[in-house]
Design a protein around this ligand. Sequence first.
Ligand SMILES: *Cc1c(COP(=O)(O)O)cnc(C)c1O
Length: 446
Amino acid sequence: MNNLDFSSADASQAVPDEAALQHAKASLIPTLPAVGLGFGDVKKHILDDISPGFTGSSRCPNYYAYTTGAVTDAALFADWLAATYDQNVQSHLPQDTIATTVEATTLSLLQQLLSFKERQFPGRIFTTGATASNLLGMALGREFIVTEAGRRNCVPSPTSQAVQDIQVLATLPHSSLYKAVSILGIGRDSVILLPLSKDEPWKFDLDALAENLSRSGIKTIISISAGEVASGRFATNGTEMARIRTLADQYGAWVHVDGAFGLQALILPPTEEYSALNDGVAGLHLADSITGDAHKLLNVPYDCAVFRNPAAAYLLTPRTSSIPSPLNLGLENSRRFRALPVYASLLAYGRIWYRSLLERQIALARRIASYIVGSTVYELLPNNDLSEIYMVVLFRARSESLNVQLVSLLNASKQIHISGLPWNGRPAARIAVGNLAPLESVSVIR
Ligand SMILES: *Cc1c(COP(=O)(O)O)cnc(C)c1O
């Protein structure tokens, strides 16, 4: 698929067969050589012996297990260059390198792609992934609500008790949210789910949210899943985001959006076929912090995500330049130049290509979903509404005995790979259309 791709692995394999795995494992050299084997031999060893043991995640058209995303030619080229020049982008040293300025420009390009206003999100940074971005979002939320609670109650300095009083209100969050609150000492038990109903567990019950905030006086982070991992559905619409913003301002809460893959829906046109998705991402800019994942639908290599925050000014050390040192915004002290592949890919392909890529991904997902709706063997989840399908298709077999083996039966050929997960307490299968490869045959007709 890629001009720069020199891997010898078979791109029709979604996951390697047993023989390739066995060979790769048996070929590993477990003893450190005193005298090096030489680059040529090691290169051959890695290409011939090891790489056939990798999944086809970004290369195989039928790899649907995780939203890995593929790697565009432009991104692959720039990623290689990023490694070649090995810029450390954490300190903004404009006399020494253009790297941080490229990063700032790339973040602006991304904001243009997603139609975020430039001045709305001055605090923004590349991170290693959505997990790191969610961690940052929860950290900022923690600092904000504890300080804000102190200010509102005229308590001069926040106590550690204040952190234990934090609750995180959410609907079906990604597992990384639990990781984030656990790392930050907020605690996994602090996550409280407020689903609208059993049929729509991904949607926020806003009346319950309002009631909770008015009653508890507890410090609150509201975490919005845009979208939800298993179903691809969105937690809120524009009206609901506006109400959440008002409630958050009233009670001093923090609003975080996990838009790891859902944020990309902001690039869709406002047409009837996408109206449910347009609604799902409406008003997300009202959040205090937003996570987006570039290594997913932007199809740049691992690892790369973005984090946006409009109120980060208090985090910054005094700055002399319009570009803050990323060191003062993010988690890392050192970080690779992960903006360069994003810069290359956005410029090489442009807005229309990215929009058409997402439209073809949605078209393929909806085509699969429509087949499932018409089938007597399978059942589409969470419901039969095709207009709400983004790029994830969740389904199960109607027969319980088939359903328990469904994912392993489908994956047995190794020509296709999908993931299994529970939905409403029963096994379900999930197809995530995230990379470039399957899309050559799908055209979008409007
Ligand atoms: C993938 C994903 C994450 C974690 O992202 P990483 O980039 O793997 O750290 C978090 N939230 C959601 C909604 C995701 O889809």
